[in-house]
Design a protein around this ligand. Sequence first.
Ligand code: PSU
Ligand code: MN
Length: 312
Amino acid sequence: MATRLWQARSVIVIAQEVLDALESGRAVVALESTIIAHGLPYPENEGLAARLEEKVREYGAVPATIAVLAGKACIGLDAQELECLASPESNVKKAGASDLCVAMAKGGDAATTVSGTSALAALAGIRFFATGCIGGVHPGDDFDVSADLLSLSREPLAVVSAGPKAILDLPRTMEALESLSVLVLGYGTDELPGFYSRESGISLEHRVDTPEIAARALDMRWNAMEQGGALIANPEPEDVALPMATVAAWIAEAASAAKRDGATGKALTPYLLQFLAKTSGGSAVETNCALALSNARVAAEIAVAHSNLRRG
Ligand code: PSU
Ligand code: MN
């Protein structure tokens, strides 16, 4: 109801195709914009923005990329808006859930992180969201905890991700997810995927192997139990996975460079990703794009299974 009021005031703009799909119970998959504006270099980011939407459509769902543009919280962007986000000249801010209202009040542009995207997707009634990897607890600073974790706990959304980013302290991130009562579901795996590599050495308690079982578990969680979000941990495709030891060496280098250059707070994750893109000679970017596309496919498949279940 509240969303409708703000929609009427044109503060929250839901694309017509997304609105029609939501109203008729068809599958919708939210996509974030920070991975485009801050997570990947140009022009790979521009190509990925369009391919993520195509992938969602290919598997039968409607894509809704989310961002704040000229102060409007947009749920569903057109091709031109996607290009604008990816442009190196655009200089958009990075917005988590708590930053959204300021970007909206000032009429600014902001790319939304997992937490920012989740807040807006949940407002619109979207239940599925594909990203690359979520944020979490940064090593060496137990207070640098991404707002992504609290959003996962709060919003009834399934976020499909290749685990938390390998730049993080993965055991502490898993502990934080547990404390926040976030369901972590391994998708075709018993091990938490480690972003660029398929392994992390951390075993998962829950595993599902089909979109139908995932959809059924999520439906119980949200509709029978009235509980919050879930992380669907989907390992990247084998052909682009990088060896864990190589990635660990790059990350150690990236972390000391970040310290030297004083990259902290919101700038830290984009700094580390940019460093890895360079140090890996582009293979980190290739893997990041491939895993994001694989997550878009899985999110669409589960969203379609969930829509079929609800329409029964
Ligand atoms: N997945 C990627 N690349 C990214 C991100 C996700 O493959 O850049 C973004 C997401 O928007 C996520 C953010 O929410 O990184 C985490 O930032 P921070 O650690 O500052 O919360
Ligand atoms: Mn942080």
